[in-house]
Design a protein around this ligand. Structure first.
Ligand SMILES: C[S@@+](CC[C@H](N)C(=O)[O-])C[C@H]1O[C@@H](n2cnc3c(N)ncnc32)[C@H](O)[C@@H]1O
Length: 288
């Protein structure tokens, strides 16, 4: 059995797939769009009626559902994921949305090679392990048509800042930072901040260029402070999910420590939160 002294086992999917998790990722989607006002970055051309667009890791499917409303029904919208259990029934979706079972960390099969004009990825921060997005990026580039675009959005945790109203008790920022460190190092069993790390996100534009993508654009936006409390809520729910799914299994009481920290942070929900930048990195696969 794994314990805090044997932290070598690779954890699987760290988040949950129940209704609380569905609510969390749906809210994350709406908060992500707040003040951004686009689903796909406006530099990505979407006028062709024959576009093939893929989203990698669909969550509830809400991004593709919304995108379908903005594009002609002739556009093909594929969601690539290892599970579609968080999505609505197929019968209730537009006909041009399809689910394709595919692990983004695996070599793409023949039928997915050079298939897509646009590939969209968002919030893979808990899935990119050891700070290295390159293996997955290489797989995605193989699925892009020459001239196609990849758009990858993440929270840039390097820009994290605790925000507090003046009357907040003085310890609240420490509790929030401690919870962040505790979950991102899996109860301090992984060297922080390299496990759920942020360095790769800050450098993603360089990684795009190093892997042959051109016309690289970076778009960064902080959240509005008006919605920072809701962002905190989503993050506390995610911390509870990681506590139950991963930290409890480590066997050293780490799940309880994290839940106690979530409770402390929750007590100050009315006066303390955090903010950070959403960073959207866009690149184009060169024409042959
Ligand atoms: C990483 S989040 C992204 C959710 C969505 N993009 C969003 O912004 O809310 C969760 C999704 O990634 C999917 N996922 C997890 N591991 C994956 C993998 N190896 N390949 C493809 N998708 C994966 C999960 O099944 C889940 O649907």
């Amino acid at each position: 059995m794994a314990s805090s002294s044997t932290p070598t086992a690779k954890p699987g999917y760290m988040l949950s797939r129940g209704f609380t998790a569905n609510t969390r990722i749906a809210l994350q989607h709406y908060l992500w769009k707040d003040g951004l006002n686009y689903l796909l970055h406006p530099s990505i051309p979407t006028t062709s009626k024959d576009l093939k667009i893929a989203e990698i890791g669909v969550g509830t499917g809400i991004w593709l559902i919304e995108l379908a409303r903005t594009l002609p029904p002739t556009v093909q919208l594929d969601g690539l994921d290892i599970s579609f259990g968080q999505c609505p029934p197929k019968e209730w979706l537009p006909q041009n949305i399809a689910w394709v079972t595919h692990d983004a960390f695996s070599e793409p099969p023949e039928e997915l090679l050079e298939k897509y004009d646009v590939i969209h990825v968002q919030l893979f921060i808990t899935l990119i392990r050891d700070g290295n997005p390159v293996p997955m990026l290489k797989n995605l580039i193989k699925m892009l048509k020459p001239g196609g675009y990849i758009s990858w959005g993440e929270w840039d945790v390097a820009t994290w800042e605790v925000i507090r109203i003046p009357s907040a008790p003085s310890q609240t920022n420490e509790e929030l930072n401690e919870l962040r460190e505790y979950t991102s190092t899996l109860g301090k069993t992984r060297p922080g901040p390299s496990f759920i790390s942020s360095g790769w996100i800050t450098r993603l534009h360089q990684t795009f260029a190093e892997n042959g993508l051109s016309n690289v654009i970076v778009d960064r936006h902080k959240f509005s402070t008006e919605i920072a409390t809701l962002l905190l809520d989503t993050w506390m729910v995610a911390s509870q999910e990681i506590s139950a799914n991963i930290l409890d299994g480590l066997g050293g009481g780490q799940g309880d420590v994290a839940r106690a920290l979530v409770e402390e942070v929750g007590k100050n929900r009315g006066n303390t939160a955090f903010n950070l930048e959403r960073v959207i990195t866009i690149g184009q696969k060169p024409l042959k």
